[in-house]
Design a protein around this ligand. Structure first.
Ligand SMILES: Nc1ncnc2c1ncn2[C@@H]1O[C@H](COP(=O)(O)OP(=O)(O)OP(=O)(O)O)[C@@H](O)[C@H]1O
Length: 426
């Protein structure tokens, strides 16, 4: 098989589809309770101080630096943009230690910049959090979670590693090891071509290992999605695409992945009534307002695995009733027991103990979109030539409606889909 070896995943070739699908719930319905008090003084590396007063905590005047070290000076102070994002230019410094190379990503919380760390002499990814109180507070919770994960993740291969954090011009900055593209970016730049099932198995195994690791620590991620799973390496190879002989497709050279974005991670003893997860990966108990816990992560894993094997988002929707109707189309009817207990905000979606569908649909297009979806078995069979039986069984167990009936991450890792002898090899 002829393979073209390429070293870096091209950041430049962006298409016009959204690069990142925003977690909708965060701005709208819930602000995590800040726990800044417990974090003060817990520093990683050479951290300065945490200032929660809202005042800039880092002096940046270039006149501070003696002659000869001006190249390390910070740029003049600028206003943030209207959303509280830090304004920067490529090639500038971020503190005297880091030099900004490129912008790697953007999310609800802030921007992620690729920077050169002069002290450790390596590239790092720095998340510069928006200078808005609730995001600063959430960032401090993320730092706490990252530090806890780092203490327990001895091999360092489950979750992204935090290297440092500091407060710069009223922006909390979190320094991470630099990783490669997200699984979403990889799929997108590969024309949404599905991954081979043996690679899906390997990615799924690592994903469940990371989730089991978090759950063992009593942490629930709550925002698992392909955007938040990063390949460790940017390297990929090109192989012929047997479905379309005129084209080639990309495959990651290494299947190693890590979880990122612990900005919505919660402890299992916290209040779990608010809306969590990015829409497409949101579990039915979250939509129905029944309260949620570890199983909401497992539901997201089920949706992610389907997406990796088909190349397409399973529940491509922006609306609750349509979302629930899509679930019924793919997975069968929702249990009456769950519908009966639904929160009063979702009562309008339910009539005489069943989903008010298609009567409650907002448009014909919506009804058509639901009808276009295949049953789970058919969806998998269209994509997978071998292992389909085991894969379908695994997915059905991850996507059980009743949260208590869903497999745990550890149970899923013992499923025959993972214990069979097939391995991913390029
Ligand atoms: N360590 C890293 N190495 C490389 N790229 C990264 C790293 N961390 C984050 N990124 C990139 O930056 C993007 C945004 O990061 P992240 O998801 O942590 O931000 P966020 O503001 O919390 O996002 P969200 O809107 O999902 O809450 C990621 O999707 C990824 O593309």
């Amino acid at each position: 098989m002829e393979m073209e070896r390429v070293t870096e995943f091209p950041h430049a070739t962006m298409d016009r589809r959204p690069r990142k699908r925003a977690r909708l719930g965060w701005d709208v319905s819930h602000t995590p309770k800040a726990q800044i008090g417990m974090l003060c003084g817990q520093e990683v590396g050479d951290v300065a101080s945490l200032v929660s007063s809202g005042k800039p905590s880092y002096s940046s005047s270039s006149s501070m630096y003696p002659k000869g070290v001006a190249r390390n000076a910070s740029p003049p102070w600028r206003e943030d943009d209207k959303d509280g994002h830090y304004m920067f230019a490529l090639g500038e410094n971020l503190t005297t230690r880091y030099k900004i190379y490129s912008k790697m990503g953007e999310g609800t919380f802030g921007q992620v910049l690729e920077c050169w760390d002069r002290e450790r002499e390596e590239m790092v990814a720095i998340k510069i959090v928006r200078a808005i109180k609730k995001y600063r507070e959430a960032a401090m919770i993320e730092i706490d979670v990252l530090q806890q994960l780092g203490r327990h993740d001895k091999s360092g291969n489950r979750c992204v590693q935090i290297r440092n954090w500091f407060d710069y011009r009223n922006h909390i900055c979190i320094v991470f090891e630099k990783l490669g593209p997200s699984l979403y970016d990889f799929l997108r730049k590969n024309g949404y071509r599905p991954f081979p099932i043996d690679l899906v198995r390997e990615l799924g195994r690592q994903l469940l290992e990371s989730v089991a690791f978090m759950h063992d620590l009593h942490l629930i991620h709550t925002d698992l999605k392909p955007e938040n799973i990063l390949l460790v390496s940017s390297e990929y190879i090109k192989v012929p695409d047997y479905k379309d002989v005129s084209c080639s497709k990309k495959l990651p050279k290494s299947s190693a992945i890590k979880l990122i974005d612990f900005g919505s991670t919660t402890y299992d003893h916290q209040d779990h009534s608010y809306i969590v997860s990015t829409r497409h990966y949101r579990a039915p108990e979250v939509i129905l307002g029944l309260g949620w816990s570890y199983p909401c992560d497992i539901w997201s894993v089920g949706c992610i695995l389907v997406e990796l094997c088909s190349g397409e988002t399973l529940f491509q929707t922006h609306e609750n009733l349509e979302h629930l109707a899509m679930m019924e189309r793919v997975l069968g009817p929702l249990p009456q027991r769950m519908l009966k207990r639904a929160d009063r905000h979702v009562e309008k979606y339910i009539r005489r103990g069943r989903l008010n569908w298609p009567e409650g649909a907002i448009s014909r297009d919506s009804i058509k979109a639901v009808l276009r979806l295949p049953r789970l078995q058919n969806l998998v069979m269209q994509q997978v030539d071998h292992s389909a039986g085991d894969f379908i069984d695994l997915l059905q167990s991850l996507l059980r409606y009743e949260p208590s009936a869903r497999l745990t991450a550890r149970e899923a890792l013992r499923h025959p889909f993972f214990t069979s002898n097939r391995h991913w090899r390029l």
